[in-house]
Each structure stands twice: as C-alpha cells, then as structure tokens.
Design a protein around this ligand. Structure first.
Ligand code: TYD
Length: 210
C-alpha cells in the first residue's frame, strides 16, 4: 500500500503552516494516519542542515552550496521519513519540497530551473508529490505578513523584493508546466475560507476519496 503525498508551496509568509495544521486536524478527525513535516528539515540531520542554510551570519554562502545543502537535507528527509511513511500507507503533509528549490535556487538565485531539477533527482529517490498546493499571494504581501511575525527573518527572507518576485513567477511557471500535479489556492484571504478551499480540493482527489 502506498500513502498519499501532499506538498505546500508558495512565497514566504503565504500562511502555509497555519493551513497545514488545520488540514492535518481535519484528516486526523476522519481517522486517517497523517504525518506533518517540513523542508528544509523533518529529520535531525535535515534540521541541522536547515540551521546552516538559514543562519543570517552565513551571508557569504555561494548559491551552488545553498542548492546542494537543500538537496542534501531533502535526500535524508526522503529516505528517513517520507518514503517509509508512504510505504506504511500514511498521508504525508510537507511544508515545501523540491519545487521550492526549483523556484528559489533555480529562478531566485539564477542557477536555472532545469539544472536544479536535475541535481535534485538523486535526492528524490523516485518520490514525488501526488498533489502540490500552490499558495498564491502577492510576494510583497507575503513578506509584509512575515515581518509581522514574532520571529526574526531568516537569510532567504532578507532577500530583496526582486528576488521574491522571480521566485513567485517561477512557481507560476511550474503551475503551468505540471497542471496535473499543481493546484492553486487563493491565499490572500480569511484563514477559514482558505481552509474550505483546501478541503474542497482534497475531497475531490480521486485516490484520496477512496
Ligand atoms: P520555510 O521555513 O518554509 O519559510 P516560510 O515559513 O517563511 O515559508 O522555508 C525557509 C526558507 O527556505 C524559505 O525562505 C524558502 C527557502 N527554501 C529554498 O530556498 N529552497 C528550498 O528547497 C526550500 C525547501 C526552502
């Protein structure tokens, strides 16, 4: 039996984390087996790599180093947590995945979307999301929301609006490239209204509905 793999993508401050919490409660209430995780992170090794990547003291980090660190963190996450959970038939909800690397490192850092996709293929070990929810919000709005949170901005959030616009446009391109996998969520609105959009969408998924 294979479970179901749902990833959540979008600009910084799009409200993914709140919605993942709400969706996981909804699915748990239905008696389903749910695992919530995030990238970069999700396992002790991947969380340690997260610390290195997001540290604001690491302003000298080369974009290629950054790309490999995200991919390294992902390889560990897939092999230690995601793939085993899917083999056990669980529903895995993951806050960001390979599409973030394609958008942030490929477009934002200018390394090229194709190259980042290729570098990541070894890390994925054949595991791809069944469905990817793209939280569509103007990147400027997302950043403003993020800055209102009580934690300090990480190294990526400190990038200028031009970087975040490139990332946003790359996500839009991915939506067009993979229409069978991507679903757009209008993330600029009321929390419960966005939650309802997600539930409607999830309930329509053919495999999940069985
Ligand atoms: P995250 O903790 O999801 O931040 P937020 O809650 O603000 O969305 O992700 C941390 C940062 O890492 C975020 O700015 C996006 C970036 N990122 C990449 O650049 N590449 C990647 O592959 C991933 C997974 C995240």
């Amino acid at each position: 039996m294979r479970g179901y793999f749902i990833t959540f993508e979008g600009p910084d401050g799009a409200g993914k984390t709140t919605q993942i919490d709400l969706l996981s409660k909804y699915l748990l209430d239905k008696g389903l087996n749910v695992v919530v995780t995030r990238e970069p992170g999700g396992t002790p090794i991947s969380e340690a790599i997260r610390g290195i990547i997001l540290d604001t003291n690491h302003s000298e980090m080369d974009p290629v180093t950054e790309m490999y660190l995200y991919a390294a963190s992902r390889a560990q996450h897939v092999s230690q947590l995601i793939a085993p959970a899917l083999r056990q038939g669980k529903i895995v909800l993951c806050d960001r995945f390979v599409d973030s690397s394609i958008a942030y490192q490929g477009a934002g850092r200018g390394l090229g979307m194709k190259m980042v996709e290729e570098i990541n293929s070894a890390a994925l070990q054949g595991v791809m999301p069944d469905i990817t929810l793209f939280f569509d919000i103007d990147p400027e709005k997302g950043l403003t929301r993020g800055r209102n949170r009580d934690r300090r901005a990480d190294r990526l959030e400190l990038e200028g609006i031009g970087f975040h616009r490139d990332v946003y446009e790359a996500f839009c391109r991915l939506c067009h490239m993979y229409p069978e996998r991507f679903r757009r969520i209008n993330a600029d609105g009321d929390i419960m209204e966005i939650h309802r959009q997600i539930i409607n969408l999830i309930e329509q998924l053919p495999k999940y509905g069985k």
